[in-house]
Design a protein around this ligand. Structure first.
Ligand SMILES: [Zn+2]
Length: 256
């Protein structure tokens, strides 16, 4: 559903390469981050992606942070998460792509997990004092704009019911090849900015935890140049404050 495959290697990197890369990245920063996300365009706990023998050096490289977030497919969550947790001086969080709880759409995304897998992985993390965040797709392929809002909020509610402390709403974007193909066949079109904004509001109103909307390259979802910037600023403000400022009133588009 994303273009991360473009950064995905078909071979395992040499031992030591990942800790070195983290050291290099941290050297570029002028400050010591309190939190670090290690997103690897895949699953941290996939041993073909992150060699197990690198865990101690990785943990040492990120030891400046008191909280570390890694991403993983739900079915790869297990003993390796405990191993990483035990190596970190601070706390560990695992981000998992829930994508959607829509019973027809989720299987068609071919992510090879069920809600049962997700909920089991979430339970494992919770029992082991590892926090969890969920990625939810706003308007995945095979979903109409009209049902998008409902299923984004249902998905956020499911993630919170599984113990997620954060839900990250990702507007589904073209750009990975497969999405362009599905656009041609009429099975995918990107969500509207107003839909993402509303999904953020309603998911936040669940009061289940923090909710963020991914604002990367946001302009492509806007149909109205007059209100794009105030809307972007509003979404950004919601991300930062977890409060809802007044809605943007746009005479040009009427807020659609
Ligand atoms: Zn407008």
């Amino acid at each position: 559903m994303c273009d991360l495959w473009k950064n995905t290697l078909t071979h395992t990197v040499p031992i030591g390469a990942i800790p070195r890369q983290i050291d290099y990245a941290l050297l570029q920063l002028r400050s010591r981050p309190g939190q670090i996300k290690l997103y690897n365009s895949g699953s941290f706990f996939d041993p073909a992606a992150i060699p197990l023998v690198d865990y101690p050096a990785i943990a040492q490289a990120v030891a400046v942070a008191n909280h570390v977030v890694v991403e993983s497919h739900p079915r790869l969550v297990g003993e390796k998460a405990l191993r990483l947790r035990d190596l970190l001086p601070g706390t560990l969080e695992v981000a998992m792509g829930l994508e959607t709880v829509h019973p027809q759409v989720l299987p068609r995304l071919n992510k090879k997990f069920t809600l049962e897998h997700f909920s089991r992985a979430a339970g494992f993390l919770r029992r082991n004092e590892i926090t969890m965040r969920a990625f939810v797709l706003v308007k995945p392929p095979f979903m109409d704009e009209e049902e998008t809002l409902e299923w984004a909020v249902k998905s956020a509610a499911f993630a919170f019911s599984c113990g997620a402390t954060v839900v990250s709403l990702i507007p589904t974007r073209p750009g990975n090849g497969a999405m362009e193909h599905l656009m041609k066949t009429g099975e995918f079109s990107p969500p509207r900015l107003a839909t993402l904004e509303k999904a953020l509001e309603l998911s936040l109103n669940l009061r289940g935890g923090r909710v963020f909307a991914d604002t990367w390259d946001l302009e492509q979802f806007s149909r109205c140049p007059a209100c794009f910037e105030p809307r972007r600023q509003r979404i950004h403000a919601i991300n930062l404050t977890q409060q809802l400022p007044p809605a943007v009133d746009c005479p040009a588009c009427g807020g659609t």
